[in-house]
Design a protein around this ligand. Structure first.
Ligand code: GTP
Ligand code: MG
Length: 389
């Protein structure tokens, strides 16, 4: 969240600057009249101070950088504008106002005083026009599309750069973008079998996803399903899965030690699928992650699934994934697609995981709200052309 104060002669002037710097999402927190600093402040009209807040926004930094490029240019124009501001005449730039003429006179005088000729002003206006055109051209349509859909700025830059290198970019920027993004996305729709482990941060939906999978496979596909839950420290956490196991009448084991894990896995060796739930761990806690790793090794699983929510902040996605890399997960399950309308996070997840999507989940209903999406569907979600729910 960025909080900024803008001081200007009028609210309009401040709002124009705010809109330019921060875009339309800036929220006004307060507005008040303030005196200019120093003794002369008592004799001059009061200024308007507006405080705004805006979600941390990459555009802001970029726009600021762009603006800085032009800082220092247009000195004559700035000089004239400054003098008008000091005299409080800029407020009167209104065709219905008689003061237009006085502004023209003042401008001419200023030009004379400052020794500025018309050609200099003309050249500066010309430069200004070019600068504005350049700034507008910087808004690449693919960049805008991806940013609108909450793809992180870092990834947007990467995709746009690659897309521009394709031969179809000029004809069809969207298609070029989709081709590039297609390399980041893969889906695993192999049959689920053997020991399947789910790991991931707290509350992302691991247990609910296991219940959905168990329900589908046992009730619909008529497979023999076993459930194991690792519960090393959170009292009560096992009850959720135990309840599902009882409803579906499935073999169920709670393991606390590594030995118990070995025994539980062996006892369910006749099952088609054994779904192994774990309690949420913070990816920052290396101790917890290495403890989890020891349990996973005892399962001999070749299907380790990182469960991550689609509403995870872009900034956190990379860190979470890095934190779980030591578990050697080989698939990702993306949950809570129903809780958002912009799916840029999917691209971040795919970029940093570098593993295929196994499932996506789209709600709290067990067992319905789970799907295997097609690659095309994932791409359409990312560019905002589809809504999975
Ligand atoms: N909207 C929505 N909610 C979901 C989805 N999947 C799970 N939930 C909800 O998210 C909450 C947490 O789900 P759990 O399955 O307990 O999450 P967990 O990862 O097992 O959590 P821990 O065991 O604490 O690590 C519950 O209220 C679920 O109903 C989903 O796809 N969409
Ligand atoms: Mg759980």
């Amino acid at each position: 969240m960025i909080i900024k104060k803008y001081v200007a002669n009028t609210s309009n002037e401040a709002l124009t600057k705010i809109k330019y710097d921060l875009g339309k999402d800036a929220v006004i927190i307060s507005q008040r009249k303030v005196r200019q600093q120093g003794l002369k402040g008592f004799f001059l009209p009061k200024l308007v101070e507006i405080t705004v807040a805006v979600e941390n926004n990459n555009n802001f930094k970029k726009r600021n950088d762009e603006a800085n490029i032009y800082e220092g240019s247009f000195s004559s124009l700035k000089e004239i504008a400054k003098i008008h501001m000091e005299n409080n005449t800029l407020d009167y730039v209104n065709p219905e106002n008689n003061k237009i003429e006085s502004i023209q006179n003042k401008t001419e005088n200023t030009m004379k005083d400052k020794n500025v000729d018309t050609l200099t002003i003309f050249n500066e206006l010309q430069q200004m026009k070019e600068a504005f055109n350049k700034m507008n051209n910087l808004k690449d349509p693919l960049e805008e599309l991806l940013l609108e859909n909450d793809v992180s700025y870092e990834i947007v830059e990467e995709i746009v750069k690659k897309a521009k290198n394709t031969d179809i970019y000029d004809k069809d920027y969207k298609e070029a973008g989709l081709r590039v993004m297609g390399d980041y996305i893969s889906v695993n729709n192999d049959e689920l079998k053997g020991n399947v482990v789910l790991v991931g941060p707290t509350g992302v939906g691991k247990t609910t996803t296991i219940a959905k999978l168990a329900g589908r496979m046992s009730l619909i596909e008529k497979k023999k399903v076993g459930l194991i839950t690792v519960d090393t420290y959170r009292i009560g956490a096992v009850e959720q899965l135990r309840t599902y196991a009882e409803i579906m009448n499935l073999p169920f084991a709670v393991v606390i030690t590594l030995k118990e894990m070995e025994a539980a896995v062996n006892s369910m060796s006749d099952c088609d699928v054994v779904l192994i739930d774990t309690t949420g761990r913070s990816s920052k806690n290396k101790m917890q992650i290495s403890e989890l790793r020891a349990f996973i090794e005892k399962t001999n699983s070749s299907s380790i699934n990182l469960v991550i929510s689609s509403v995870t902040k872009n900034k956190d996605i990379k860190n979470i994934i890095e934190g779980y890399k030591t578990l050697n997960f080989n698939n990702v399950i993306i949950t809570k697609l129903d809780e958002t309308n912009s799916y840029g996070a999917l691209l971040s997840i795919m970029k940093y995981c570098k593993t295929p999507i196994r499932f996506v989940t789209t709600g709290q209903n067990v067992p319905e709200d789970i799907k295997i999406p097609t690659k095309d569907k994932v791409l359409k979600l990312i560019i905002g052309e589809d809504n999975i729910c």
